[in-house]
Ligand binder design. Sequence first.
Ligand code: 1PZ
Length: 215
Amino acid sequence: SVAVEDPKFTLQEVLDTFKSCLSENKEVFLEHYVAGWLGLVRFMNSLGSVFSFIAKDAVNKIQILINHLNGENGAHYVTVQSMVKYELDNQLVDLTKRGSFPESGCRTLLRLHRALRWLELFLERLRTSTEESKTSVMCSEAYNQSLSQHHAWIIRKAAGTAFWALPGRATFFDVMNVGTPEQVVAMLGDALPLISEVYQVTENLYAQNNILDLP
Ligand code: 1PZ
């Protein structure tokens, strides 16, 4: 289970995982990308059961990618770059409408990739927030600027409801288990450029291959 209790769990470790995602020539290692996501899910679960429907979808997608990694064609899934090339070269992706490949690595990773943009926007708000700032507002602003555009009305509605259950800023910082608010802010300042780079490398790759709108 990914929700194992770990007393030493801190959000810092999770964000550090994204550091190890990029190779020297800016390829994204799928194994580390997936590990980063597992950490985020663990963090999300520690925020309460309201978020479990969101976590569940993320876990499903993470599992699909792990299955590809561990599958007989796993060698093609070492990096996101090799995955995209392999799946496109071999027509393993539904390009215009859902069909034979509902679990392609390309469309599955795209969902997590879009969510990573939400995370980036949300953590940046959190980093620059003040004691009076509301996490629910920061969260929904980040969502409306990113992920919501890809979601049907019913999902947007459910997400919006979940945001109101987010703990306040002080509790949120505590759950991160990083230290004082000043230390959290510093940690976020270090981690965000890395997340942003992983996002941008993936975004460029998907744009070059014209697969940013996979069904
Ligand atoms: C910390 C608070 C968590 C707030 C999370 C904000 C994102 C809200 C997203 C709500 C989506 C919930 C349900 C599933 C939706 C799926 O339909 C879509 C599209 O997949 P498809 O149907 O095409 O297969 N799934 C997604 O968009 C992936 C969502 C992953 C959300 C991960 C959130 C990351 C949280 C990190 C915590 C710090």
